[in-house]
Design a protein around this ligand. Structure first.
Ligand SMILES: *[C@@H]1O[C@H](CO)[C@@H](O)[C@H](O)[C@H]1NC(C)=O
Ligand SMILES: *[C@@H]1O[C@H](CO)[C@@H](O)[C@H](O)[C@H]1NC(C)=O
Length: 421
C-alpha cells in the first residue's frame, strides 16, 4: 500500500506542465565516497562470444553528445574491416558510455543503413561520474554489416545548460568472429557450461528478454528498414492513436521467409503507460495529469491497411523512472538494451511476392504522445529461383472480443479470410 501510494503520488504530483516529473538525487556530491567513475550495469545472460577473442576489432563511432536538442543525428561512414571478410560466425556490438554531472535519462538508438541495430537509454549521471557497457549480438544484421559505404547513425537528444551539465561520451566498436576464433584462455567463466560452439545459432543479444524472442537462426539475406528519413533519427515519432506511419516497399519475388523486427520505446505522457488511469477516472476525480488513456497499449503493424501483427511491449523502466535511486548502479531490465519484437510474416508472403509496392504501417493503439518506433524486415531468399509462389494460409478467426473496459481499444480489423490464391 505504501508503495502504491508512493507511486501514485509520484505519477500524479502536479508539476509544471512543461517539465516532466524529475527527482534530484538528494545525496550531496561531497558525501559520495567514490572519487572515480562508477560502473552501472544491466543484468544480462553471458553471451557465448564473451569467451571468444574476436578476429577483428573495428572502432566505428566515437562522439560526445552535448547540447544536441533539435540537431540532426550523428553519422559516420561504415565499411567492414578489409582484413576480416564476411561471412562471420558472429558479430558483436560493444557500446561504451560515460557521463558526469547532472542529467536526465535519454533515449538513443543506432542505425546501420537506416536499419536499427540498438535501442538504448542512458543512466542518470552523478557528480563523480559513471560509465557503463552494452554488448549485443548483431549477427542477424550480417547482410548489412558486409556492405561497404553505409552510414552508421546515432541519435541521442541531450540538453546541456547551467542546470543539466552531463555530456554523454559514447564509443561503439564492432567485434567480428570467424571459424578460427580462439577461446579466451583461463576465463573465469569457464565453469559455466556455456555453448561456445561457433556453428550454433546466435542468440538474440545479451539482454535477458531478447533470448526469449529470438527466432532468426541463419542471418537474413536482405534487410529492409521500415523507418523514417534520418533528419530526426530514423525512428517514427507516434503522437497518438490516430498517428500511423508508413513506408512503401517492394520485396524480392524469391522471398521464402520474412520476419519483421520491431523496435519501440515510450516517452512523455506514455512513459508509464501501464499505470495510466482511464480518462473518465481522471475527469471524475479532477486529477491534474495528462497521463491518461488507460493502461493498455498495443503496437500494431498493417500491410496494405490490413492488420498483420501486434505486441504489448515489455514495460522497460528508464533510469529516471518511478524512483531514480532504484536504478543505481543496477538499471532495470532492458534499460541499456531494449528488446525488439519479432513477427513472422511468412504467412502473408502470398500477398507480397508479386513484385509490387506494399504499404507497411506502424501505429500504437490508444497511445498518447509519444512513442518512437521503427522496424526491420528480415528477408531470406530462395537462391535457386528468381520467383517463388506463395499462398495465404487460412488464419482462424479470433473470437469476437467480449468483456468490459472503461475505455475502448481501437485497432485495425484483423484479417481472417483465406485469400484463395
Ligand atoms: C572512447 O575511446 C577513447 C579513445 O580510445 C578513450 O579515450 C575514451 O575514454 C573512451 N570513452 C569511453 C566512454 O569509453
Ligand atoms: C498506408 O497505410 C496507412 C494506414 O494503414 C494509410 O494511412 C496511408 O495513407 C497509406 N499510404 C499510402 C501511400 O497508401
Amino acid at each position: 500500500m505504501y508503495t502504491f501510494l508512493f507511486i501514485f503520488l509520484l505519477f500524479f504530483n502536479p508539476v509544471s506542465p512543461s517539465s516532466p516529473d524529475r527527482y534530484f538525487k538528494s545525496l550531496p556530491s561531497t558525501l559520495h565516497r567514490r572519487h572515480t567513475f562508477q560502473e552501472y550495469l544491466e543484468l544480462t545472460h553471458p553471451e557465448p562470444s564473451d569467451l571468444l577473442i574476436p578476429s577483428c576489432t573495428l572502432p566505428v563511432l566515437h562522439h560526445s553528445f552535448g547540447n544536441t536538442v533539435n540537431s540532426p543525428p550523428f553519422t559516420v561512414p561504415y565499411s567492414p574491416p578489409s582484413d576480416c571478410p564476411s561471412p562471420w560466425s558472429r558479430v558483436v556490438l560493444d557500446f561504451h558510455a560515460s557521463c558526469r554531472g547532472d542529467q536526465y535519462d535519454r533515449i538513443a538508438a543506432l542505425w546501420l543503413g537506416g536499419a536499427e541495430v540498438l535501442r538504448t537509454s542512458t543512466a542518470e549521471p552523478t557528480q563523480t561520474g559513471i560509465f557503463w557497457k552494452v554488448r549485443k549480438d548483431i549477427t542477424r544484421y550480417s547482410s548489412l554489416l558486409a556492405r561497404s559505404n553505409l552510414e552508421l547513425t546515432m541519435m541521442l537528444e541531450n540538453v546541456v545548460n547551467e542546470v543539466f551539465t552531463g555530456v554523454y561520451h559514447i564509443n561503439v566498436t564492432f567485434f567480428y568472429y570467424d571459424d578460427n576464433t580462439v577461446r579466451v584462455p583461463f576465463s573465469p567463466l569457464d565453469d559455466h557450461k556455456l555453448d561456445t560452439k561457433l556453428g550454433s545459432e546466435p542468440t538474440g543479444g545479451a539482454n535477458m528478454l531478447q533470448g526469449l524472442w529470438n527466432s532468426y537462426g541463419k542471418p537474413a539475406d536482405v534487410i529492409i528498414p521500415i523507418s523514417d528519413d534520418r533528419d530526426k533519427g530514423f525512428w517514427f515519432r507516434i503522437e497518438g492513436k490516430s498517428d500511423v506511419h508508413s513506408k512503401i516497399i517492394r520485396i524480392p519475388c524469391n522471398t521464402r521467409r520474412a520476419i519483421l523486427e520491431l523496435y519501440v520505446s515510450f516517452h512523455g505522457d506514455d512513459e508509464f503507460w501501464y499505470s495510466n488511469p482511464p480518462d473518465s477516472y481522471i475527469k471524475s476525480n479532477h486529477l491534474p495529469t495528462s497521463r491518461g488513456g488507460g493502461a493498455y497499449r498495443e503496437v500494431y503493424v498493417t500491410i496494405d491497411e490490413e492488420f498483420v501483427a501486434s505486441v504489448v511491449p515489455f514495460p522497460v523502466i528508464f533510469t529516471g523512472g518511478i524512483n531514480p535511486l532504484f536504478w543505481e548502479p543496477v538499471v532495470a531490465i532492458g534499460a541499456f538494451n531494449l528488446p525488439s519484437y519479432e513477427f513472422d510474416l511468412s504467412p502473408f508472403l502470398g500477398n507480397l511476392v508479386d513484385g509490387k509496392n506494399h504499404n507497411f504501417s506502424i501505429g500504437v493503439a490508444d497511445s498518447i504522445p509519444f512513442w518512437l518506433v521503427d522496424a526491420n524486415l528480415h528477408i531470406w531468399l530462395d537462391h535457386r529461383k528468381s520467383k517463388v509462389k506463395a499462398k495465404s494460409i487460412v488464419i482462424y478467426p479470433t473470437p469476437a472480443l467480449s468483456g468490459e473496459t472503461p475505455f475502448e481499444v481501437q485497432r485495425p480489423r484483423r484479417v481472417v479470410q483465406d485469400r484463395g490464391k
